[in-house]
Design a protein around this ligand. Structure first.
Ligand SMILES: [Zn+2]
Length: 406
């Protein structure tokens, strides 16, 4: 009897252990999955989202492989039904390229902040987020969608289901402002952080785009980002979201961050940029001055802008590159100093006698040393100055010698 009971206990223990192992394995899988895959991370977060009176979750359709695409709308609860009210409507896109996870994480953090602690930011605007425009790409960590198409080149033709669905949403939502968030990956040829606003479209759309881009570029709470205001003739890819929509009268801003910055800093750049645009968009009326639009001239001609961009270039190098740059700068500085030291100082054509006429020359001491042709200690220089006869003495000496000669 006791042996039988013991066997049953063993079996029970084994089955409990088996269940525990299964539970731990599935939890580990889900954690690993959520860490690796920004789409499932987003779906999890949206599932836990506090759908308060301000937050509305919409499923706008499915991707090529059947994954849902969501839109989250955040606005003042006073007028929740009418998303196309008189308030400024801002649309934020992220995850168009599946190998760019940081903007997706930034958008999810923003959704959480706007619906919890920063409700004021969404009070006078209607903000819509589409965090995962390309769910299949995000799951597979690929730039393209499941059909191998680059979604951010498809906004003119709308051949892909993802762009067609989001375009349908845009036509209903009718945003005034579109913000498209991207990141340079390590596969890209090196590019710095940048904001791009199109310099075409309707007059109002491109002027306000530039105003917003300038606003973000001037934000000093995070690393400086130069603004690029592109002209149509410079555009080689007209099918990008921000370029297509600015032509439809929607002010559009593209934000890219570069590898080399910590992920937390890059996420802070996206969040800070969107927040500053929301504040500007919420303003009842914006009077845009010439100064607000002078960013192109500034970024081309202003030395501080260049310093900012060169600083960025150095920051984006790897640790080894940075050390190499520092060594090169140190060597260059040493070479310049050596050159300066080796170059013989030209003898001044003027003598101290000439300087003694009129007002005292500020570089008198230097000119004395130059005339002497060799370096002297401070004490010697002072002695030299004191020993030099004053012009009156010298003329007296001259007249005496003249007298003797004559
Ligand atoms: Zn991208």
């Amino acid at each position: 009897m006791a042996a039988r009971l013991y066997q049953q206990c063993c079996k029970l223990r084994q089955s409990i252990l088996f269940c525990l192992i299964l539970l731990i394995a599935s939890a580990a899988c889900s954690i690993a999955r959520s860490q690796q895959d920004p789409y499932h991370y987003t779906v999890q977060k949206l599932g836990r989202l506090n759908r308060s009176d301000m937050v509305f979750l919409h499923k706008i359709g499915k991707s090529t492989q059947g994954r849902p695409i969501f839109a989250v709308i955040i606005t003042n609860p006073e007028n929740p039904k009418n998303i196309t009210s008189n308030r400024t409507r801002v649309l934020v896109l992220s995850g168009q390229h599946g190998n760019e996870p940081l903007p997706v994480h930034a958008v999810m953090e923003l959704i959480h902040e706007l619906s919890a602690s920063r409700r004021d930011l969404a009070e006078n605007t209607v903000v819509a987020f589409i965090p995962t425009v390309n769910p299949d790409g995000l799951v597979n960590n690929k730039r393209y969608n499941a059909s191998g198409s680059d979604l951010n080149r498809d906004w003119r033709t709308l051949k892909q289901p993802e762009t067609a669905l989001v375009n349908h949403f845009i036509r209903e939502f009718r945003p005034h402002v579109l913000i498209d968030l991207h990141e340079w990956t390590k596969d890209d040829t090196y590019q710095p952080n940048c904001i791009e606003t199109p310099g075409f479209g309707t007059r109002a759309s491109h002027r306000f785009s530039r105003y917003l881009g300038n606003l973000v570029a001037r934000n000093t709470s995070f690393s400086p980002i130069p603004l690029k205001h592109t002209h149509y003739r410079e555009v080689s890819e007209p099918g990008m979201a921000h370029r297509v929509h600015v032509n439809k009268g929607i002010s559009s801003v593209l934000i890219e961050t570069a590898p080399g910055y910590p992920a937390s800093e890059r996420i802070a750049i996206y969040k800070g940029s969107v927040k500053s645009i929301l504040v500007a968009a919420a303003a009842p009326s914006t009077r845009i001055s010439k100064n607000d639009l002078a960013v192109v001239k500034r970024s081309q001609g202003n030395s501080s802008a260049w310093i900012g961009s060169s600083f960025l270039s150095i920051r984006n190098f790897s640790q080894d590159d940075r050390q190499a740059v520092c060594c090169a700068i140190a060597l260059l500085a040493g070479a310049i100093l050596l050159l300066l030291a080796a170059t013989p100082k030209p003898l001044s054509a003027k003598t101290d006698e000439q300087y003694s006429h009129g007002k005292s020359h500020p570089n008198r001491l230097i000119s004395l040393v130059q005339v002497a042709g060799y370096d002297l200690s401070i004490r010697e220089r002072l002695e030299l100055i004191q020993q030099r006869p004053r012009p009156s003495d010298r003329s007296r000496e001259n007249s005496q010698s003249n007298r003797i000669a004559s």
